[in-house]
Design a protein around this ligand. Structure first.
Ligand code: FES
Length: 171
């Protein structure tokens, strides 16, 4: 067992571990005489950079409430809000349905996964909180019901008469 410990210590970092002297190797008939300093290994101090945090204020226009949460740059705003007990509208959580859309009144987000939001609407200051990372302090307000959906798809639907039934059904 001690041999394995010595071998393990030697394997750690040869710069900080000296070779045990002949007397330090264990023997059946000789009491073990180990210098514990042999096992002292100095590891470099590990530091993990903390992500910057921004203050995100969301005016939920459906409930009239205003929420303020602290969101690190490497977390989605919706996720961080939920972890702080704030409930905001959402459905898919994948940047597709636009239920979580907000209008940015101030500040910037990064939202590379917001596939449900056209480049034009991003330019106009809309963001999907489920896939948005804050890049500054933010002031935002929730959209009107289906506002983003209508802006994005409304011009493609609803033109002409809507008829019940499958497209191939004959009258
Ligand atoms: S919850 Fe569906 S796009 Fe955000």
């Amino acid at each position: 067992m001690f041999r394995e410990s010595i071998a393990g210590a030697l394997a750690c970092d040869s710069r900080n571990v000296r070779e045990p002297t002949r007397n330090e190797y264990p023997s059946r008939n000789r009491p073990l005489n180990l210098d514990v300093s042999v096992f002292t290994v100095t590891l470099p101090k590990l530091t993990y950079p903390m992500a910057r945090t921004h203050t995100v204020t969301v005016h939920d226009r459906q409930t009239g409430r205003i929420y303020t949460v602290e969101v690190p740059e490497d977390r989605y705003i919706l996720q961080a809000a939920e972890s702080q007990g704030v409930e905001l509208p959402f459905a898919c959580r994948n940047g597709a349905c636009t239920t979580c859309a907000v209008r940015l009144l101030e500040g910037e987000v990064e939202q590379p996964e917001a596939m449900g939001l056209s480049p034009d609407l991003r330019e106009r200051g809309y963001a999907l909180l489920c896939v948005s990372y804050p890049r500054s302090n933010i002031q935002a307000e929730t959209q009107d019901e289906d506002e983003v959906y209508e802006l994005q798809f409304g011009r493609y639907f609803g033109k002409g008469k809507v008829r019940r039934g499958l497209p191939l059904d004959e009258d």
